[in-house]
Design a protein around this ligand. Structure first.
Ligand code: FES
Length: 206
């Protein structure tokens, strides 16, 4: 066999092996994907959407509607779940729906936050953009949200921009409306909720 033929035969074998390995890799990906349990969307786990109202998520007033009266001017915030106003289903089956709602004098907001607020009320995601903990604490003297996991700090008057700690980006907000005194979603969240990219993968490993 000539040297040229040996070379081209070797090239064909290598190409076949490569294709085989590639297919095997792809198959294992498909198998892995197929084995991964599919997340079933139920009425409780539907994402937050325009028109949803909100109910208080915890404490003695759990389940009561979030209204202007439940939101003291200047904070603190209220943790809340969205609720479908027609079916009255509370969408607490999807953690990414957990929201924090706060009210300030609109003149204290930056332009973007003011634009998306109504009567001083603005709704943010309560899921930290660092590794996904619940942003559950309130620094009353500074009027800042605190994520207790790694001390991430967010300023609710500036679009929940990060003012301390490791979070890489602000908490998502949604267009907020107030109708008949009740807080209503005027949209879904305007940016991805929780950690994304490498941070989401890190989160999956913790
Ligand atoms: S998860 Fe919130 S600061 Fe790390």
């Amino acid at each position: 066999m000539s040297k040229k033929n040996v070379t081209s035969r070797r090239a064909v074998i290598q190409a076949s092996l490569g294709a085989g390995l590639g297919l095997a890799g792809l198959s294992s990906l498909f198998i892995a994907g197929g084995l991964r349990p599919k997340k079933e969307i139920t009425p409780e786990s539907e994402p937050i959407k325009e028109g949803d109202t909100f109910v208080i998520a915890q404490g003695p007033d759990k389940g009561k509607p979030v209204t202007l009266d439940t939101l003291p001017l200047g904070g603190p915030f209220v943790l809340a779940w969205p609720m479908d106003p027609k079916t009255k289903v509370v969408k607490s089956g999807e953690r990414n729906n957990l929201s924090m709602i706060i009210r300030f004098n609109p003149d204290e907001y930056d332009a973007e936050t003011k634009k998306n607020s109504d009567q001083g009320v603005i709704v943010y995601s309560a899921i930290c953009t660092h590794l996904g903990c619940t942003v559950s604490d309130w620094l009353a003297d500074q009027k800042i949200f605190l994520c207790p996991c790694h001390k991430g700090l967010y300023d609710p008057r500036q679009g929940a921009k990060v003012v301390g700690g490791p979070p890489p980006r602000p908490l998502p907000m949604l267009v907020t409306k107030v109708s008949g005194g009740k807080v209503v979603a005027g949209s879904g969240f305007l940016s991805p909720v929780g950690p994304v990219g490498a941070l989401a993968r890190n989160k999956a490993q913790v």
